[in-house]
Design a protein around this ligand. Sequence first.
Ligand code: BJW
Length: 273
Amino acid sequence: MPLHHIRRGNPLWLPFHKINGGYPFTKLMNDNTIPTQLIQTLRTAKQVVVLTGAGISAESGVPTFRDAQTGLWAKYDPMDLATPEAFQRDPRLVWEWYTWRRELIAKAQPNLGHLALVNMQTYLPKFTLITQNVDGLHQRAGSQQVIELHGNLTRSKCVNEHIVDNWQAADELPPRCPHCEQILRPDVVWFGEFLQEQTLYKAMKTVEQCDLIFSVGTSSLVQPAASLPFSALEHGAKLVEINSESTPLTPHVHFVLYGKSGAILPKLVNLTW
Ligand code: BJW
């Protein structure tokens, strides 16, 4: 089935496992209070993982993918822009779409949510930030050693896997690799492509070892990223979701904080330390 026929509500969108049930100690917080139990859990956590998605950058003015009015997929069909087939069909169109997004991201600034995670890292003995975002805003905020599951928009690569940070503006689009003259494409992971093996392995190992995991601003729909919190759960971690809406992950979490990550994360850090 083509991906554009897959819509929210279709079971294919749901994570693989544990889609029924959930945990009896799930706390639904919609009054903006941070539960004391969560603050205590965060203070005593030995290894914390935060998995972020497009929602954390929304308050920086970067469009999410699936939000109904403002998301990128509300205007563009992912099959025309974010697949290898789309690039093969019309490389110039795809390149220009990414150029537009690259320019938008260059003008954006990290927001309070990104900055709160930089702060959080300084208080914790072991902290890993895993992001699905390709905008580099975590690094620009000051986060260290970010695991980027879906690549980074500021880089490009060619079919020969040369990674290129700078390329010549050219009449011909996409421009060509300075090393081998093949055409360049953004260094991101499109639908149907495998994530970089070492990156995914590192992310999987880290979530297996953590005792607390946050899922922040992600619809929890895209695999294999969406499986990471489930893997943490299976290994005994506590799970917290921060999102402006519920997601397929929500029934499975220990704590859910509804609202904007740019408001909730700073509040959480301030109350905890
Ligand atoms: C706020 C907020 C605020 C808003 N505060 N919250 C198993 C079953 C079915 C299909 C598959 C499967 N396994 C693999 C697949 C295929 C596919 C997949 O998962 N499809 C599903 C959609 C069904 N996966 C892949 O193809 C992956 N490759 C792979 O698995 O290879 C092996 C394989 C291939 C084929 C078959 C089987 C195995 C690759 C996935 C690559 C994803 N690439 C993209 C584009 C990257 C480049 C680019 O940027 O252009 O990555 S797609 C897009 O989705 C992007 C994102 O990183 C990713 C996730 O989106 P995210 O971050 O969750 O954003 P949104 O918009 O969905 O959600 C935003 C959330 O924020 C919302 O919940 C809001 O409520 C919230 N929010 N403002 C807090 N202020």
